[in-house]
Write a new protein. Structure first.
Length: 114
């Protein structure tokens, strides 16, 4: 008969030794640099948004001032137009200075031709 050898326990599989990570420190440093870079970019975006918001507010105020000045100019133009109206000037001249229109029959023309 054949002899059966007792079952011997299998040797555990050899695990590879972990390699020492010589680049551990620079890898962490790169992560910190990336975080700082992204933080700086985000701060720049926020800064630009604040600047644009301030410019928009200023443009809004300037637009309001422009509309107000145009309305004032229109009002002053209307006032000037009514002040220069011929009928109003004639009425004021009659009232204040006693000026009356000249009679066309009394008008004399001088001929300056040689």
């Amino acid at each position: 008969m054949a002899a059966v050898a007792p079952h011997a326990p299998a040797e555990p599989a050899a695990r590879p030794r972990p390699r020492p990570r010589a680049d551990r420190q620079p890898r962490v440093a790169r992560g910190i640099v990336w975080i700082a870079l992204i933080g700086a970019l985000l701060a720049g975006v926020v800064f630009m948004n604040v600047v644009v918001l301030r410019m928009n507010i200023r443009l809004d105020h300037l637009g309001r001032d422009r509309a107000r000045l145009r309305a004032e100019n229109a009002e002053l133009g209307s006032t000037l137009s009514s002040a220069l109206a011929a009928a109003r000037i004639q009425a004021q001249a009659r009232k204040d200075l006693g000026v009356v229109p000249a009679d066309p029959s009394e008008t004399v023309y001088v001929d300056l031709r040689p």
